[in-house]
Design a protein around this ligand. Structure first.
Ligand code: ACO
Length: 327
């Protein structure tokens, strides 16, 4: 079986900033509450007329540039999103067309905030089979379109953005492996109740604001810490590693207190966890690849470093990837 490396990373954050003071004028909240309870100061918002696929194309181009390839070299596209442009066709196919690519497989996966982690696992499996040489894994979310700006318990958390990686077949060991898992019995604590076949769009569903994200935050908070610790521990065990072997953990950015809780649960220094939640909030699946790109561009990874990406989200879903940095 061949190896797979991350050859390039990229991201795109829409320029419009919605800060906590803006939200103070929209719902009964305060900058102080949001910062102390979540760590978020501001988030980006995708402008009207632009969609998830537009942000993804920019992230994809930036990852291709970083990898030193032209988009024509891409053999498949996997997109993680819960805020697709449309039910169908997939956002991956829309991006494929926007990148001018033909005759390659392109498909979406839906694993909420864990989508990028699941996407890397699938991509690595496709690559080891030997038929593909270069793949694009993108996560992009317009969470502002799922946010109910009359519900202070959710709208303050969410933001928009896109992150991408180019992966390549290689002799070097890079993408080492992943652990992914789900538990569908938690459907009701984090979901968007209407718009699908269970509750098709109607005047009633719109009136009842059922197309927006609903969440039981306090329940999720505990599960998030538990499942992210479980994911890191499982990976360490799978690869016979000690936590001291890990140079940096790139976690999902749902709440700064959750990230600190995972660091405490793992008995690891919180400095080993990359944090950018203050600037972008929770961008669902896009959090991890955006953070990975940012940490890479800041020069935080050295060749040979072992990095863990870890997330949890709606489904519920959770998991982690182990990456040896080869750039
Ligand atoms: N501003 C001011 N007060 C608020 C706000 C707000 N924005 N939101 C809630 N409150 C109030 C509540 O009404 C409550 O008031 P009460 O005590 O009078 O009833 C009080 O603050 C405490 O509320 P809690 O829900 O207990 O606050 P908590 O400290 O748990 O923080 C939070 C809430 C931030 C949502 C937290 O529970 C959390 O981060 N949960 C996990 C969220 C998450 O990870 N979601 C999954 C990912 S999202 C996705 O998949 C796309």
């Amino acid at each position: 079986m061949g190896n797979t490396v991350i050859a390039g990373t990229g991201s795109f954050l829409p320029p419009f900033v919605l800060n906590n003071h803006d939200l103070e004028m929209m719902v009964d909240t305060s900058d102080e509450w949001i910062i102390t309870r979540t760590g978020i100061q501001e988030r980006r918002i995708c402008p009207k007329g632009k969609a998830t696929s537009d942000m993804r194309v920019e992230a994809a181009k930036s990852a291709c540039k970083d990898a030193g390839i032209s988009p024509e070299e891409i053999d498949f596209i996997i997109c993680a999103t819960i805020s697709p442009d449309k039910f169908f066709p997939s956002t991956a196919c829309i991006i494929q067309a926007k990148l001018g690519l033909k005759n390659i497989p392109a498909f979406d996966i839906s694993a909420a905030c864990s989508g990028f982690i699941f996407g890397l696992e699938i991509a690595q499996r496709l690559m080891t089979e030997g038929r593909y040489k270069t793949g694009l894994v993108i996560a992009s979310e317009c969470m502002s379109r799922l946010a109910d700006y009359t519900d202070r318990s959710t709208c303050v958390l969410l933001g928009d953005g896109a992150g991408a990686v180019v992966i390549k077949a290689s002799d070097e060991e890079g993408l080492m492996g992943s652990y992914i898992s789900s538990d569908g019995s938690y459907e009701d604590i984090l979901n968007a109740p209407a718009g699908g076949s269970a509750n098709p769009s109607s005047f009633d569903t719109v009136e009842k604001r059922m197309h927006f994200m609903k969440m039981e935050g306090a329940v999720l908070f505990k599960i998030a810490i538990q499942t992210m610790c479980e994911s890191i521990n499982t990976l360490l065990k799978m690869f016979n590693l000690k936590k001291e072997d890990i140079a940096l953990v790139v976690p999902h950015q749902a709440n700064l207190r959750i990230i600190k809780g995972v660091a405490k649960g793992m008995d690891m220094p919180s400095e080993k966890f990359y944090v950018n939640i203050e600037k972008y909030g929770n961008m669902s699946a896009a959090c991890v690849p955006v953070a990975l790109d940012e940490a890479s561009k800041k020069g935080l990874f050295r060749k040979g470093d072992l990095i863990i990406t870890v997330s949890f989200g709606g489904g519920l879903t959770w998991g982690a990837n182990l990456i040896k940095w080869t750039k």
